[in-house]
Ligand binder design. Structure first.
Ligand SMILES: [Zn+2]
Length: 347
């Protein structure tokens, strides 16, 4: 669930204080120029009193709206309420129905526009925000109206999603092109990912610190060790236990330890085209872990860096929950905005 702050803005039915500046010429003296009883769409009030003023300087007239109101039919409170309903999982049509129960008629298209507008506000808010640690993860969900792979970027510090893109995470060039402007704009210095090789390349090219999610590593290493347990000669089983210990404790010198183990193993015997034997698979595992080891331990250098990519997975989980109502979106931009809003917690 997104953490939603349930604070709807107050709506004033009239505004006592006079305008300070003319919206046209910035003049500061006015004559009152009549008043209107403006009907509004809101959950509590039906009308607000709006005074008209005439600028003594430029002679133009304008409406001075009470707080929480604009020239739009809806109050700011209703607008936020609508976005809230949508974020909690209602479709545009269902939100419209609930409002009609409160005797407020708002079409589902208006609700769609309000949701889009709120999403754009969040995107603007996030545009220049400094982000030190960024989580990245692919999310392949057919329900999102696309068969293309989707990549999600999350501010690890706040759990806020920063960007969603049609990017194949296995393609280092595509990831790099997409990531580079984000890195520059937000001042990102560390990325947290699973251990796909493409991320390692991208982190090196963009000179970013890199933490590989240890949930992922534990999952696949655990599986590999279990398989090897059955297949390697008994006198080498102790090596598996050593690896298990290292993954558990993540000591900084793990890379060296793994390399030393690798050197103790008998060398490659099979020809390049032959299937690798169990011992050769163990050798490959040791070498791979040894090479990636520094990226398993980046989190030990700074407290802001997590050792898993949990925050990113949670944001993607929130997006998946909302996929049902986002599915109908025709444009990718609309969908992207919806997904960012759906998993955002700053409403
Ligand atoms: Zn004026």
């Amino acid at each position: 669930m997104p953490i939603v702050v349930l604070k709807l803005p107050d709506i004033k039915q009239k505004r006592e204080e006079r305008p300070k500046r003319c919206p046209y010429c910035a003049g500061g003296t006015f004559q009152r120029w009549g008043q209107v009883n403006k009907p509004v769409k809101d959950v509590r009030v039906r009308h607000v009193k709006v005074y008209r003023y005439r600028c003594c300087h430029c002679k133009r007239t304008f409406r001075h709206y009470p707080d929480g109101n604009t020239s739009a039919d809806q109050t700011e409170r209703l607008r936020l309420f609508v976005v809230l309903l949508w974020t909690l999982g209602l479709s545009h049509r269902a939100s419209s129905l609930i409002l009609s129960g409160l005797k407020v008629l708002v079409s589902h298209m208006t609700i769609w526009r309000d949701v889009q507008k709120a999403a754009q506000q969040i995107q603007r808010h996030n545009h220049w925000k400094p982000v030190r640690v960024l989580g990245l993860d692919g999310a392949n969900v057919l329900g999102w109206g696309t068969k293309q792979p989707v990549l999600v970027a999350v501010d690890i510090g706040t759990g806020e999603p920063m960007a969603v893109g049609y990017i194949n995470e296995s393609d280092p060039q595509a990831v790099r092109r997409w990531l580079e402007p984000l890195v520059q704009r937000h001042g990102i210095t560390v990325i947290v990912t699973d251990d796909l090789f493409s991320y390692k390349i991208v982190a090196e090219k963009l000179q970013l610190g890199h933490q590989v999610c240890q949930f992922h590593v534990r999952r696949w290493v655990g599986k590999t060790l279990k398989e090897l347990q059955e297949t390697i000669p008994k006198q080498w089983v102790w090596v598996l236990e050593e690896i298990r210990q290292l993954i558990e404790l993540l000591p900084l010198e793990g890379s060296k330890t793994l390399y030393t183990l690798w050197k103790q193993l008998p060398g490659r015997r099979s020809l390049p085209r032959q299937a690798r034997s169990a011992m050769e698979q163990l050798r490959d595992l040791l070498l791979r872990l040894s090479e990636h080891w520094p990226n398993y331990c980046t989190f030990q250098s700074e407290p802001q860096i997590p050792w898993t990519n949990n925050a990113t997975e949670q944001a993607i989980g929130r997006m998946k929950m909302r996929a049902r109502t986002v599915r109908g979106y025709k444009s990718w931009l609309g969908m992207q905005a919806g997904l960012l809003l759906a998993s955002s917690s700053i409403l």
